[in-house]
Design a protein around this ligand. Sequence first.
Ligand code: COA
Length: 163
Amino acid sequence: MSACLAECPGPGLRRMQVPDVEAVLAIENAVYEFPWSRGNFIDSLAAGYEAWLLAEGTTVTGYFLALQGVDEMHLLNISVAPGQQGRGHARAMLDVLCRLCRQAGCLQLWLEVRQSNERARALYRRYGFTEVGQRRAYYPAANGLREDAVLMSLQLPAQEVGA
Ligand SMILES: CC(C)(COP(=O)(O)OP(=O)(O)OC[C@H]1O[C@@H](n2cnc3c(N)ncnc32)[C@H](O)[C@@H]1OP(=O)(O)O)[C@@H](O)C(=O)NCCC(=O)NCCS
């Protein structure tokens, strides 16, 4: 975990910690048909993934988790509470993530999104991500079927000195 990320939270943003997982799970279970489990979040925190909350006190509005590589970042989960969607929270979290990427020296941001998730794909496209590939049968789907993922990527400018 980069020291820089720990020092550069955005407004209303703080690191996710184990006691936050119940509030996070409530959102996760509300917004996904196939949500991450409690164990997925606990393991991600234990593994030192970048895990951030948009929160006022104990009220969580949204969160994201990302895995940092040498010079790239992989966004694993970004979610906004149902009653809080459409207000720019996801875009604000992506702004923070991009800033953190640049400060950590990451030049590329990757993510997978369900082919059917038009809302998220629209968010990412409008944000500047490009659809660069497909992962066949990547996600579980209803009736025991699988759904393809769209692989998306955002190129980030190299960090300016002092930024
Ligand atoms: C996808 C999600 C994270 C977007 O969060 P959000 O806070 O509602 O998004 P924002 O308000 O920041 O909107 C940003 C963009 O999303 C898109 N968007 C937002 N609301 C939308 C809606 N009702 N219909 C279609 N597109 C919409 C728009 O492209 C918008 O772009 P704009 O700001 O230029 O208008 C949120 O809907 C969510 O949590 N969904 C369930 C979990 C999920 O699918 N996560 C992504 C997994 S890959």
